[in-house]
Design a binder for this molecule. Structure first.
Ligand code: PLP
Ligand code: ZN
Length: 402
């Protein structure tokens, strides 16, 4: 490992990176790896590289285990002229993270995190998740033959259990407060030698930097005005901002886009605090949204996200269930099917534009964080049509009806 430390995002206290640390023992705020100030993108054929090879200067590893890779990252950046027009903005792009091996951005952080797990010699990994992180950690756990512990909420539907179970982890339904499970898992991890790769663990945050690195390359280093990110724990948004910030420090870009944290109104602790001008989140009493993937009532990186939005000059916003479902439908009309959480950024863009908080000259990247197929129950919220006819009648049926 390179000579670098974990640093507390709030008080600056440092911790060694050849040990497992998640949060500061002084102020209980999350840790991050110290910022990289010198580096460049590796030359060579990106089709043959994985994210840790192409962007190796931005990670602390002196060597990596390439076998761990399942081909994560290098996802498409899709421009939509029609939805830009619909929202009334200059340019609109979707970074399609559903192209990852387990259909969400989580694979980036899992791949990077497992490198740290292996360096420290851990044989057991785990995570606390309801939807996307669980299959991701289970898949990489099975690839690396690490014993894998996935803790899920007791009321998780089968639709979500089976795509985790297929990878064969120790899958445990836990009856109790889901928000507290994150903190409990850190304790259990210490007691049982399990490295928990939770939502905002420092190396998972590092993985999310590669989303911004790729956006920079895909836009020829011309930065958009805004990047809009569906936010729950706050790990992904922190990583994306850190990626831009490190590229700027290294002279690869000359400005950092403004970051927008987009939440569902039914669980919006970060947007609520932002709107109230507070720098600390409050626990949401009864979270309820169809965007389950971003339904964390007490996000562990919530306060840090608020601090980051302040120095970045970004903002936080929440959208209603109707607004996010409408956005999901509109995105599907251009061929992009994100899960409800992943439609929240586009809903936020429409809302902010209508409110005059972003302008018609702005260019915007929305992060489509995970596949729509992860949550098929959302189909019932859309007016999906189909017809039926016999093979003999098919020709006449088409000419008569269409
Ligand atoms: C699809 C999807 N989008 C967004 C998020 C939010 O990411 P974070 O919890 O890092 O803020 C998650 C987190 O689980 C997710 O699964
Ligand atoms: Zn601290």
């Amino acid at each position: 490992m390179k000579k670098i430390m974990f640093r507390c995002c709030k008080c600056g206290k440092t911790f060694r990176i050849d040990e497992v640390h998640y949060r500061c023992d002084e102020c209980d705020e999350p840790l991050e790896l110290e910022h990289v100030k010198e580096g460049k993108i590796k030359d060579g054929n990106s089709l043959k590289q994985n994210i840790l090879q192409r962007y190796s200067d931005f990670f602390p590893f002196l060597s990596i285990d390439e076998e761990v890779s399942l081909g994560e990252g290098f996802t498409g950046l899709v421009e939509s002229k029609s939805l830009a027009k619909e929202a009334g903005v200059e340019k609109l792009y979707f970074k399609n993270e559903s192209q990852n091996p387990t259909w969400s951005f989580k694979d980036r952080g899992t791949y990077v995190g497992i490198q740290h797990v292996l360096k420290l010699g851990y044989k057991r990994i785990g995570t606390v998740s309801t939807g996307n992180m669980a299959p991701s950690v289970a898949a990489y756990g099975s690839k690396t033959k690490l014993e894998t512990f996935i803790l899920v909420n007791n009321n998780i539907p089968d639709e979500k259990m089976n795509p985790i179970g297929i990878y064969g982890p120790n899958l445990i339904k836990v009856d109790g407060d889901y928000g507290k499970m994150y903190y409990e898992s850190l304790k259990i991890g210490k007691e049982n030698d399990i490295y928990f790769l939770n939502s905002d663990s420092p190396f998972r945050v590092e993985g999310s930097k590669t989303i911004s690195f790729e956006i920079c390359e895909q836009l020829d280093f011309e930065m958009p005005d805004y990047v809009v990110i569906p936010t729950s724990a706050g790990g992904n948004i922190r990583g994306i901002e850190k990626g831009f910030s490190e590229f700027r420090a290294c002279g690869l870009i000359d400005k950092i886009p403004k970051i927008i944290a987009a939440q569902a109104r039914g669980c919006s602790p970060i947007a609520d605090a932002y709107e109230a001008g507070e720098m600390e989140i409050e626990r949401v009493a009864n979270p309820k949204t169809i965007a389950h993937a971003i339904e964390n009532p007490y996000p562990p990186s919530g306060n840090q996200t608020l601090r980051m939005l302040e120095y970045n000059g970004g903002m936080a916003v929440s959208v209603t269930e109707e607004e996010l479902l409408e956005a999901q439908g509109l995105m599907a009309k251009i061929g992009l099917f994100g899960q409800p959480a992943s439609a929240v950024p586009f809903a936020a863009v429409r809302k902010l534009k209508n409110a005059g908080r972003i302008s018609s000259e702005d260019s915007i990247v929305c992060i489509l964080t995970g596949s729509g197929l992860k949550y098929t129950a959302a189909f019932a919220k859309h007016d999906l049509k189909s017809e039926k006819c016999s093979l003999e009648d098919l020709s006449g049926f088409i000419s008569k009806n269409y």
